[in-house]
Ligand binder design. Structure first.
Ligand SMILES: Cc1cc2nc3c(=O)[nH]c(=O)nc-3n(C[C@H](O)[C@H](O)[C@H](O)COP(=O)(O)OP(=O)(O)OC[C@H]3O[C@@H](n4cnc5c(N)ncnc54)[C@H](O)[C@@H]3O)c2cc1C
Length: 405
């Protein structure tokens, strides 16, 4: 820890906080930067518990930040991986309609993806689909040949190496508990003492709204944790899936529906579902954090969301506890899959911002307050977009914090 103040402190050593710190250091080498992370290692939350897909930018509304940051972020990320020798695999992705009623939505995704500039998109019929995914059964599909897979935690470690090489500090085991202003500076009280900074970038993921509140900037949203649970295909069943195989998503929700994902280590995962968790870091079904759960119940947006989506919420909970329901959804994509092919895997928790009207924020949300920038909603494709989000945050910081040299 330094006794002289940092120019910029980033709270949160996830992939977005690290990318933001990296961009600032690269553009303004004289700026002193530290990343504060509460865990003993970086990337242990969303960055280390995701599907590992380098999304190509199909789903997002043209002109949205998700569309812009994802499409530009993909190429930056792949280039970065090549430079750093990080393995990624352009295994391609198929979004598959299994019912006539899904075709208009599939065609809409094709239009969106094309408008967003996703390269190589193709609408394909059952024969071409069989060549790509021999065990899938669909009537029409959208093929994105450039969609890839990577280990995002490995990417985050490379960001750390570059930050340290550029002179930045990574301070792990430092949970920010309070933030005060003193003589125009920010005093961040952590479990290990205090760190002083001129400016702050809040990339605290599941706790980003809490950190904003610590700065006296109550956000208009609350982060609700949506757990995504996975199954893993047994090694002998992996050949049932060649790449990435998705259903047509339900347009009412920002989640993609349970799907099959090949991982860079050769495993194939099935999931994730989206179950409201009762703890922000509630990786297990039994995890409950009473103050956090009560905080959700006291938030008007929670009840408004619940009124609109309770049916879907109950269905997700049912699928979460009854394996046969999960399997049935997976069989819509690959009819040969059997319950015995699947063993329970891990889980991740999505930090999803919900506004007071109960709407799940669809786009990324990055807000500014005096001396600070807050990343309040950065769900998927946040990891794919990490380099372009980091560059955008460095642009905001350059202007608002008046960074030089
Ligand atoms: C199940 C799941 C599947 C996903 N799949 C994909 C995918 O395939 N492709 C994709 O592009 N994206 C995917 N995402 C989204 C992606 O993982 C996130 O967008 C991205 O990781 C967000 O990074 P972050 O740095 O904002 O958050 P995080 O990685 O959660 O980092 C936030 C950090 O802040 C720290 N922190 C919190 N509070 C404090 C505090 N008070 N003091 C100090 N530190 C603090 C936390 O410990 C944490 O390390 C998925 C996410 C989930 C959960």
């Amino acid at each position: 820890m330094t006794s002289s103040p940092y120019d910029v402190v980033v709270i949160g050593g996830g992939i977005i906080g690290l990318s933001s710190a990296l961009h600032i250091i690269q553009r303004f080498p004289k700026t002193s930067v530290a990343v504060l992370e509460k865990e003993s290692q970086i990337g242990l939350h969303q960055t280390g518990h995701n599907s590992g897909v380098i999304h190509s930018g199909i789903y997002y509304r043209p002109g949205s930040q998700k569309a812009r940051f994802c499409v530009s972020g993909v190429e930056d990320l792949k280039r970065y991986c090549r430079e750093k020798g990080i393995e990624y695999d352009e295994c391609g992705k198929v979004i598959m309609a299994t019912d006539e009623s899904e075709i208009p939505r599939l065609e809409e995704l094709y239009r969106r993806g094309t408008d967003n500039g996703v390269p190589g998109l193709e609408l394909i019929g059952p024969e071409r689909l069989k060549e790509i995914e021999p065990h899938a059964r669909g009537i029409k599909a959208l093929y994105a040949p450039k969609t890839a897979i990577v280990d995002f935690q490995r990417v985050a470690v490379a960001y750390v190496e570059d930050i340290q090489e550029g002179g930045g500090d990574i301070l792990t085991g430092q949970k920010v508990q309070r933030i005060a202003r003193s003589n125009g500076k920010l005093v961040l009280e952590t479990n290990q003492g205090s760190v002083v900074s001129r400016h702050l970038i809040n990339c605290a993921g599941l706790y980003a709204d809490k950190v904003a509140r610590m700065m006296g900037v109550p956000p208009n949203v609350r982060i609700l944790p949506f757990r995504g649970e996975y199954y893993v295909l047994r090694p002998q069943s992996r050949e049932l899936v060649k790449g990435l195989l998705y259903p047509v998503p339900d347009p009412r929700f920002p989640f993609l529906g349970v799907h099959y994902t090949k991982r860079v280590n050769g495993e194939v995962e099935a999931g994730p579902n989206a179950v409201l968790a009762w703890a922000r870091e509630g990786y297990k079904k039994t995890a409950i954090n009473i103050p956090e759960a009560l905080g959700n119940l006291a938030f008007m947006g929670f009840w408004r969301m619940a009124r609109r989506t309770w049916r879907m919420g109950l269905a997700e909970m049912h699928r979460s506890v009854v394996k046969s329901v999960f399997v049935k959804d997976l069989q819509k994509l690959v009819p040969e899959i059997r319950s015995e092919d699947l063993v329970r895997g891990g889980a991740g928790v999505r930090a999803q911002a919900v506004d007071r009207q109960g709407a799940l924020l669809d786009d990324f949300s990055i807000e500014e307050s005096q001396g600070a920038i807050h990343v309040l909603n950065a769900p998927s494709p946040g990891a794919t977009s990490s380099l372009s989000i980091g560059r955008h945050i460095a642009d905001l910081a350059a202007r608002s914090f008046r960074l030089e040299g």
